[in-house]
Design a protein around this ligand. Sequence first.
Ligand SMILES: *Cc1c(COP(=O)(O)O)cnc(C)c1O
Length: 445
Amino acid sequence: MPASLTDTRSAELYRRALELLPGGVNSPVRAMRAIGRDPIFIERGAGAELYDVDGNRFIDYVCSWGPLIHGHAHPDVLEATVAAARRGSSFGAPTAAEAELAAEVARRMDSVEMLRMTCSGTEATMTALRLARAVTGRERIVKFAGAYHGHVDGLLAQAGSGLATAGLPSSPGVPASAAAATTVVPWNDPDALLAATGGAAANTRSGEHETGAGGGDIAAIVLEPLPANMGVVPAENGFLELVRERADACGALLVFDEVITGFRVSRGGMQELSGVVPDLTIMGKVIGGGLPAGAVGGRSELMRMLAPAGEVYQAGTLSGNPLAVAAGLASLALLDDDAYARLDQCTDRLAQGLREAAAQMGRPIQVASAPGLLTVFFSESPVSDLAGAQACDSQAYGAWCRSLLSRGVYAPPSQFEAWFPSLAHTPEQIDTTIAAAASSFEEIA
Ligand SMILES: *Cc1c(COP(=O)(O)O)cnc(C)c1O
C-alpha cells in the first residue's frame, strides 16, 4: 500500500478508536490484522458497494458478514425499517409482526414450528444449548473443530471465525468447567464422531475424550451443516446423515447452526438442501435483514419448554425488536425461488471466474462454494477440515486481499471467512472483480 496510507482519514479515525475501543474495533476480524493492514472506516454502502471515509469505493463481498443478502440499503428493507422506526423503536410488549416472522420461518423450515427471537446468533446458541440441556437432563455438548457458534463460553474451543483468524485455540476467561462439558470432533471424520458418541472406532484423536457410556451424557450435537467459519468446508458424502444418526443413537438433540446458511443457500437453508432434519435450528444474520436479530426454532413440544410456556428461562429487552423484525420480514419477502436461482448463478460466475483467473496466473487455489457464499483457499488440495484450512498459505491470501483492496474489491480480510456475494451484485461487478482478482494474483506471484 502507498506510504500515504498513514495520512488517510481511516488512519486518523483508527488512531482515535484505538484509544477508546479495544483494538480500535467492536469485533476482532474488522481490524484486518490477519492481512497485515489497518482497518478501513466505512461511510456508507449502496447495493453491492461500500464507500470509505476517504472517498474510495469498493465492491463489497463481506456484506456485514452475511446479513446483507440484498446488499446495502435495499429500498424495500430500508422502507420497512424506517416505517417501523416511525411507529416507535421498541415497546417491551408483543407486536403482530413477530408472529408473522415466525410463520414465515416455519413455512421455510419443516423442522420449525415455533420461534424464539434474540438479538444475535450468539444468544440464540446460548438459548439452544440451555434448552437441549433442559430437555435431556444432560450437560455434554459435541461440536466440530473449525465451527463457530458465536462467542459462547463452552463453544470457543477450536472455534472458527475470529479465533481461527487470530490462531487462538480458545480464549482466556472461559471457565474450565464450561470447556470440560464440550467435546470437539474433527469435521468430516466419521471415526472420530463415532468414538465421541459411543459408537465404534475408538483409536482416534477424540477417543481421548471420555464421553460416558455410549454417549449417554450428550445433550446436543451442534454443527454448522455447511461450515463457513474456517472458510466454506462442505460435509462429505453421508457425514450429515451420520451426525443425525449418532444424535439419535445417543438420545441427544441435533442442533443446526444456520446463522449463515439459513435463508441463504436455499429458501429453507442447509436443512432443505441436505434433507437432514435437525431438532433445533439456530438462526441469525439474514433473519434480521442487517439489524440485530437471531432466533432459535424447533418443534413446539421442545420450544414450549421456554419461559413463560415452560420453565427454561430466556429473555431479552430488545428481543423481537420491531425494526429488526421489519427488516427481516422485508428481506425474506424478496427471497423467492427466482432470487435463489440468481444468487446461485452469481456465486457460480464468481467462483468459476476466480478459478480461471488463478489458473491463468499459475496460483494453486481451491474455491469452495454454495449459493451465496464461497471461499478461496490458497491450497493445492481441497480443504475438508480445520487442519486443511490452517495449512493454507494465509500470508499469500493476505497479500492477495490487500492487493484486491487497492483495486476496489473488499474481500473478507481472513483466509478463514466466507465471501458473501449478494443479490445486489451485478454480472458487471462480478466480472470487474474477476479481472481485479487476476491482476492481484499476478501482483503477488
Ligand atoms: C455469525 C455466526 C454466529 C454468531 O452470530 P452473532 O450474531 O455474531 O452473535 C453463530 N453461528 C454462526 C455459524 C455464525 O456465522
